[in-house]
Design a protein around this ligand. Structure first.
Ligand code: IBG
Length: 252
């Protein structure tokens, strides 16, 4: 084979490999890149995932669903295991189910305790806070005549059921973090919930001195501080456009 022929062969092989990489091999791109979050451009069920990734110091990309057609295309593609979002592409997986996604992230970034017992405690705290967050998640969709009552329920549950638990835990062990004297998923979830309730009930922490200190310490953790600054991927409180988009795309 002449030198010219050999160079031609090597170059065409390189071109072929490059084409394969750029078009067909999407898996490779997913595996090597940042996590990709596919959801609405709003809080909803994705916001806690954004919080957890940001608190872990992980950058991510987002794809926003704007139309029902876009959502239906994802279902048709087979990207959504249960025909639902949030969808997070991470480490070569297309993950759905908020809870599973968050456990994976917490485990991967060392935010899930040092042993099974710490993990169980983190799970209990996270699930309790999720129950409170569920009320906040549904609030924007309350009919006008139920708004006042639903707001009162959020205030009542935060003040009498959930916040006292964490006030007591922090007071009893006197440490900065909820579990194992180490920053965990539970701290991130509690911080998100405190800010979300405060948006609706500004003085909700008035009877909770430990939670006030906790909030200040969390706000000063570098990753969280960054997430709380303008221009971060944190989403604003739901507005009329968000409600309209959710109702247009999903059946809730
Ligand atoms: N168990 C799933 C999870 O935790 O991820 C539930 C996911 C889910 O309900 N996803 C909704 C969906 O895809 C979008 S969030 N629905 C389509 C369908 O056919 O089920 C919608 C939602 C918002 C706010 I935003 C409050 C409640 C639901």
């Amino acid at each position: 084979m002449t030198l010219a022929c050999l160079s031609f062969y090597v170059l065409s092989q390189m071109k072929f490999k490059l084409q394969q990489y750029l078009s067909g091999n999407q898996e490779l791109r997913i595996m090597s890149g940042k996590p990709r979050l596919i959801y609405l451009n709003g809080r909803g069920r994705m916001e806690s995932i954004r919080w957890l990734l940001a608190a872990a110091g992980v950058e991510f990309e987002e794809v926003y669903l704007e139309t029902k057609e876009h959502f239906e295309k994802l279902i048709k593609d087979g990207s959504l295991l249960f025909q639902q979002v949030p969808l997070v592409e991470i480490d070569g997986m297309k993950m759905v189910q908020t809870r599973a996604i968050m456990s994976y992230i917490a485990g991967k970034y060392n935010l899930y305790g040092k042993d099974l017992k710490e993990r169980a405690l983190i799970d209990m705290y996270v699930e309790g806070i999720s129950d409170l967050m569920q009320m906040i998640l549904m609030f924007p969709f309350s009919p006008p005549d139920a708004k006042e009552k639903n707001l009162e329920s959020i205030k009542e549950r935060a003040t009498n059921r959930y916040f006292p638990v964490f006030e007591k835990v922090l007071k009893q062990h006197g440490q900065d973090f909820l579990v194992g004297n180490k920053f965990s998923w539970a701290d991130v979830q509690l911080m998100e919930a405190i800010l979300a309730v405060e948006e609706k009930v500004p003085d909700v922490l008035s009877g909770f001195p430990q939670l006030q200190v906790f909030k200040t310490k969390m706000s000063n953790m570098p990753t969280i501080k960054k997430f709380l600054q303008p221009g971060s991927p944190r989403k604003p409180p739901p507005d009329a456009h968000y409600v309209e988009t959710v109702l247009k795309i999903f059946k809730i």
